[in-house]
Write a protein that binds this ligand. Structure first.
Ligand SMILES: [Zn+2]
Ligand SMILES: [Zn+2]
Length: 163
């Protein structure tokens, strides 16, 4: 949370605030898989957030969407809401790298809400991650193309967050 609160404002020039805990009700848990329905979780976040803000949940849980074994995160741009699922990001690494992974996935999901799709540059934070190896390979930075797209929407990504 501390890393997100300090890095996201610098990367996206956004005012980022912690607003509180959200407990996930059992209706959004798929008991047979032991995983949360990512889509339903994001809808809860959307319901909880204030109208003029983007809502993002750091869920201490594993999430999935039908058709995929798991997701590290999910954004629903129309709802301006997203969730990053922490369970798998914590695997096979130390704390410092775990925190880096979380920041990358938060920037990735916010990038989707701000209009970016997946990027083919495997170093770009907007590249799709199938595994924690993919997350580790990408940087917590936007490629110049993605940064330009953000610039067109009025978000000036500083040089330190551009590859
Ligand atoms: Zn994505
Ligand atoms: Zn990119």
């Amino acid at each position: 949370m501390e890393a997100v609160l300090s890095q996201v404002p610098r990367a996206l020039g956004a005012d980022v605030r912690y607003v509180g805990l959200l407990s996930l009700p059992s209706e959004v848990l798929d008991e047979s898989r032991g995983q949360y329905l990512a889509d339903s979780v994001v809808r809860l976040v959307a319901y909880r957030k204030s109208v003029d803000s983007i809502g993002l949940l750091l869920a201490d849980a594993d999430g999935y969407i039908p058709g995929l074994n798991f997701v590290f995160g999910l954004a629903i741009p129309e709802l301006r809401a997203a969730s990053v699922f922490l369970r798998r990001l914590r695997l096979w690494t130390d704390r410092a790298n775990y925190v880096r992974r979380v920041v990358k996935e938060v920037l990735h999901e916010l990038g989707h809400i701000l209009g970016l799709g997946h990027c083919r540059n495997s170093l770009c934070v907007m590249s799709f991650s199938n595994s924690v190896l993919d997350v580790d390979r990408k940087l917590s930075k936007f490629c110049s193309r993605c940064a330009q797209k953000l610039a067109r929407t009025g978000i000036a990504v500083p040089a330190e967050y551009i590859i």
